[in-house]
Design a protein around this ligand. Sequence first.
Ligand code: C2E
Ligand code: SIN
Ligand code: SIN
Ligand code: FE
Ligand code: FE
Length: 407
Amino acid sequence: MTLNSTEYCDDRLATILQTIEELNHLKDVDSILDNILHEARRISNADAGSIFMVENDNLKFGYVHNDTLFKGDEGREALYVDFAVPINEKSIVGYAALTKEALEIEDAYHIPHERPYAFNPDYDRRSGYKTGSMLTIPLKTLQGRIVGVMQLINAKDENGMVVPFSEESQVYVPLFANNAAVAIERGIMNRELILRMVKMAELRDPSETGAHVQRVGSYAAEIYQRWAARNGIELKEMKHEKDIIRLASMLHDVGKVGIPDTILKKPGKLTDSEFDIIKMHTIFGGRLFVNQTSMLDSISKEIALNHHEKWNGKGYPGRVKDIFDPEATVSKDSRSGTEIPLPARIVALADVYDALCSRRSYKEPWTDEKVLSIIESESGEHFDPELVEIFFEIYGVIKAIRNKFKG
Ligand code: C2E
Ligand code: SIN
Ligand code: SIN
Ligand code: FE
Ligand code: FE
């Protein structure tokens, strides 16, 4: 890049400020990371990049972009890989986290021997990618706390040749990164707040663990993304909705806080009257979201209330006149088809898939084969057939998510 005019720099600063403004409206960590990488790569014209997040004494892999390796949807599985690098001076990302300084490397394969860190070529070996230039930047909050490290790889010139990161990039990307850290911190707080709410429900129902809800949240987000692509939803709206759907899905069963332990933790099959009590978790859940002005609240309410409705109209709780009426109960007047809000149709599929794959107080996990045959046979019965089709299209991503949030 040859950018010298101050006019150009003002432009660049303006777009950076605008991205930061947008980041602050986004709610979930994953899409915040996506936005940050997108903008940082644009500023530096980098082919690839990833973000590692600080977790205890490690840097845990958090997000990746790679234009050369991942075309279209191929890269989505890579978003859910699970690995960590210890924070010490031996790795490049660890070194950047320790020193809290940006680190520029012209060629990963020719790092001077006297440096304490070394490049780990495992990833290149496995993927066939060739790492050349690197710009590694700690993500520092205003208080100087490191929340993560961003690593940009292979800056390119106008002809697409890999070149060292420019002086400009080395100035602007760290500037942007410091603001990005603040947005990341806010995203982490949002997700932790939700996991705290889930913990309250988990006290009642031990199957509603952090791992279960993170899986359901990620399945739902990925299914929605594919649905949005098929249905011509504009990218910006898609990203915003996807974020809300991920968080709201995690709260689908918070209404179980209102169900007695003796029923929820019963080892065997429920009687009809016990099951009638369980059905109330949809109404209890809907009642928790009273703030009608927030999109997160209104979608959370739709999901909590409707995630057990079925496409064929045989689900519950059906149309309830006033969920806040203390006498409210499930009704025979069920919703069906597209009367059921889309996020709730998505969670119905994601939640049952996860429940079938998991151990419960009342059942063992099922084999994958049996789970998939149920999903298929319930297409058009329990589940929206378009969503079942999408589920199978993105099954590779579904498996990667299951593998990431084990336990
Ligand atoms: P959950 O365990 O999270 O299950 C969510 C949904 O997954 C269930 O909604 C059901 O649609 C599906 N599912 C789970 N296990 C099976 C299974 O073995 N076979 C089939 N065909 N579907 C399964 P559902 O039925 O409305 O149940 C809602 C919640 O009620 C369950 O949430 C669980 O907390 C409780 N529950 C349901 N059946 C029993 C039971 O027999 N014993 C106990 N203790 N709890 C139950
Ligand atoms: C800009 O932010 O306007 C320029 C970024 C770029 O070099 O692509
Ligand atoms: C590192 O920066 O050393 C870890 C990332 C990698 O090289 O693959
Ligand atoms: Fe439920
Ligand atoms: Fe659940």
